[in-house]
Design a protein around this ligand. Structure first.
Ligand code: BYC
Length: 329
């Protein structure tokens, strides 16, 4: 799948220990790996998998929030939400473009998403039931995304790292707009505060699951850390997120729905209750509340956009032919 020639400029293949050692030495020296560089097939496959899943998450992530654009409570809120959802579409495009530099086409990636072979973030399989969900998604989901993605700006693969810089800047704005929505509700009427609390209750645990399985169960972390694709483990990032977010909830006067949450002075962070990993894997494997709807909606959009892709291709071919004819004159 997605194979391309991987013979190094000096003729060494990725299979030789010398090639792998030289590649690792470049990684250890913090050199960026660029599209035309020779790279081990495993490195390329890991990036295609992670960047592809990340791109799909951005695109599928437009759906739960898009659901609220027409129902946002004011023109200001509508404009901000519309801009946020458009940003997410843009993030998906930068990421698909970054993955394309590894020899995989956007069509291939989309087919893998629609066939259920490629994953997207579990978080987008939960429904957005109230306006407060939009605030809590910005605060928690974009907050978790930032925590995970800031280290990706230092990823060893150049195109992914560079795409992440712009994405993180936009995610920071998303997080702030979400927090501001929740703050407005938390300081509003008792019913509004209750709505904010209910949204926090429903999104807290799924947000913690965004960081992936615990380190003991993460299949890819060790190798991805060695290749400096990932800079922190799943549990390390989850802990950082909890430590940053609990004081924000306290400031809002909302309670985090975890009776076992306690500050642990010795470790300098919060201890938390057990995560329901059965729920996580059920959702990842397609059994979440919204999995079927999300893929159905993506498939509809892909099918209905076929004529645009065909027209753009026909236009590009016609232009290329005209240019060639002019050059031949
Ligand atoms: N959902 O070995 P592991 C956003 C899969 S935010 C579904 O630890 P890895 C946004 C994992 O893919 C979200 N699947 O894997 C925010 C693997 O399966 P495969 C997107 C998950 O890759 C707001 C298996 O479980 N962010 O975009 O080392 C608005 C074992 O896991 C999840 C990114 O994608 C999950 N939560 O670490 C709009 C960030 N967690 O591939 C949009 C980039 C794990 O073997 N990605 N799995 O079939 C990453 O940082 C890493 O891929 C992860 C997982 C930390 C997510």
């Amino acid at each position: 799948m997605y194979s391309q020639g991987l013979i190094g400029a000096d003729g060494a293949t990725e299979e030789t220990p010398e090639f792998l050692a030289r590649f690792q030495a470049r990684i250890d020296a913090e050199e960026k790996i660029e599209p035309n560089d020779a790279m081990p097939e495993g490195y390329r496959r890991t990036l295609v998998r992670q960047i592809g899943q990340h791109a799909h998450s951005e695109i599928v992530g437009m759906l739960p929030e898009g659901n609220w654009i027409t129902r946002a409570p004011s023109l200001k809120r509508k404009a901000a939400l519309l801009a946020k959802v458009q940003d997410e579409g843009g993030h998906g495009l930068y990421l698909y473009a970054a993955a394309e530099t590894l020899g995989v086409s956007r069509e291939q990636m989309t087919e893998e998403l629609l066939s259920g072979k490629a994953k997207y973030s579990s978080i987008f399989n939960y429904p957005t039931l109230s306006w407060a969900d939009i605030g809590v998604i910005g605060w928690l989901v974009d907050g978790a995304a930032i925590m995970n993605q800031i280290p990706l700006c230092r990823c060893s693969y150049g195109p992914y790292a560079r795409a992440m810089i712009r994405i993180c800047k936009e995610e920071s704005f998303h997080q702030r707009q979400g927090y501001e929505i929740v703050m407005t509700l938390a300081r509003g009427t008792p019913a509004q505060k209750e709505m904010a609390q209910d949204a926090l209750n429903r999104w807290w645990w799924p947000s913690l699951m965004m960081f992936g399985p615990s380190d003991a169960d993460s299949q890819h972390s060790d190798q991805s850390m060695r290749w400096k694709i990932k800079r922190f483990t799943n549990d390390e990032l989850r802990q950082k997120f909890i430590d940053a977010t609990v004081p924000q909830a306290e400031f809002l006067g909302l309670s985090v729905p975890d009776p076992e949450l306690r500050w642990n002075e010795a470790k300098g962070g919060y201890d938390h209750g057990p995560i329901d990993w059965d729920e996580f894997w059920r959702v990842v494997k397609g059994g979440g509340q919204m999995n079927v709807d999300r893929i159905r909606d993506r498939k509809k959009a892909w099918d209905e956009g076929a004529w645009v892709r065909e027209a753009a291709l026909a236009h590009a071919e016609k232009r290329a032919a005209r240019k060639a004819a002019l050059a031949a004159e």
